[in-house]
Design a protein around this ligand. Sequence first.
Ligand code: PEP
Ligand code: MG
Length: 579
Amino acid sequence: MRTLSGIAASPGIAVGRLCVVDHRLAVSEYPITPDAVIHETARLTKAIENTRVELESLKSRLAETSGEEHLLFIEIHLMILADERLVTETSEIIRTGLINAEGALRRTLHRYRETFAGIDDPYLRERISDVETVIEQILRNMSGEAIKPLPRQEGKMIIAAHDLSPADMLQINRDNILAIITEIGGRTSHTAILARAFDLPAVMGVDGITDLLLDGAAVIVDGLSGVVIVDPDQESFQSSLRRKQHYEYIEYELLKTAPLPAVTLDGYSMHLRGNVEIPEEGASVLEHGGSGVGLYRTEMLFMNRPDMPDEEEQLVVYRLMQQAIAPHSLTIRTLDAGGDKLLEGMDKSSETNPALGVRAIRLSLNMPDEFKKQLRAILRISADGPVRIMFPMISGLEEVRSAKALLEEAKRELTASGIPFDSTIKVGVMIEIPAAVTLADLLAREVDFFSVGTNDLIQYTLAIDRSNEQLSHLYQPLHPAVLRSLRRIVQAAHDAGIPACLCGEMAGDPLYLPVLLGLGFDELSMGAWSILRVKQILRRCSLERAARIAEGCFEFSTTGEVELYLKSQITMDVAESID
Ligand code: PEP
Ligand code: MG
């Protein structure tokens, strides 16, 4: 039995067999016949030779442009490549194990890792990373491409991967997946958000899970505590099953509270709404007592395809979403692609820093015709029920004005064609860039509502990559800078007489409810799973007490102090339900 820990990214407990999908190395291991041994060995030697040629050519290019120190790492890589063991041991594994060259090379890497782990000198021990880089390059040469689609599985599996992109998540056959484990990614990465939307327990940031040769092993994934147990003994197996049952019982009990109103002890009602990615999730939002959708992330419709969906196709999907949550209101966010949500044809490596690149509203404004197709489709469904439009990643007034100008054009086009729409449709912006916080008073005059995207706001305010599991401890919603931003946003919204909503992951954590309520937010939107938990706390709070708690947070100057204070302020009955 082996216990690995990571970040609890999506709740739930799953027990099953592991299927390792190693995207980083684009490798799958499969058996070969004895006849294929020569072919596989030739593929191996050819890929090693190609890698050597690539490194030599890089070396001569760098020799012209950079100093000697830059050549050192190439020398090391060339030395690793020249190591006889690489060819002899891997060929031996192909021959005796009767497996393909990629699988054999991965096993050789595993042996190297064991050898390096036993080296005393820390500098030399760390050279394993050079070996990994070289082997990865050989594997790339072997496959001829970097990333392969996920394999189709037979039977239900737990997927382990170095990384899964949101596009991968949409591609996998969810009926066959029990849970996911990844080596990288954080709680607010889009992959984690999708895992929660699809009710898949997930643990992220589990270092080395794909390298442990665990394909087919029995595992328990605990998405509540962030623990993965491989080959569990009987005791762990039974206690996990008990935990799973308890979790499912709590779920069952909570679902009974879905019809209760979202209102505080002193009678203040708050809208608790759902975040959705695909129309199938609408039913779950209603089942969990959500009063509509506060964030519909439309980008999923644009992924895994070479073209953009046209107006009619978007109309069909948006209508399905609208029908799924009727008669409640639907807030549709325009395309927020880029960053970690890549569309086909968007090359991650083409931008040095995709999180600060051509993303969201910038992308839409760069392709006004495509943008107007989306705006027309949204407008068209507004004729059938309450719909709001929301623009993502707004950094200043020009962007809002340009987006609104295109919306007006779209309206005129529909009017000219005699197509009905709600001419008073509400238009909002996401506040998720620090510049938008600074300009909140000016932005508030231009729009009908704000919705705070704390996932990005925290990322950009604290300069912490939301997908980087190594920084997850620094990703702090209660950071005084974040709290001050939230207070400023609500004040600016209310001064202008518009509602302040919040749709980042922070909305779905019951611990933050007293603060968000006390700061004066009018609406919170979250993954369906969180709605009942947040409502439970809301119903135990009074607005007056929450306002005092929120105010108290500003008396502290570090995240740790605010956290301690907040926990001390939450009374026992509330605290119990948070656990
Ligand atoms: C956010 O940034 O908080 C948000 C809701 O948008 P997304 O997670 O899709 O970037
Ligand atoms: Mg965002």
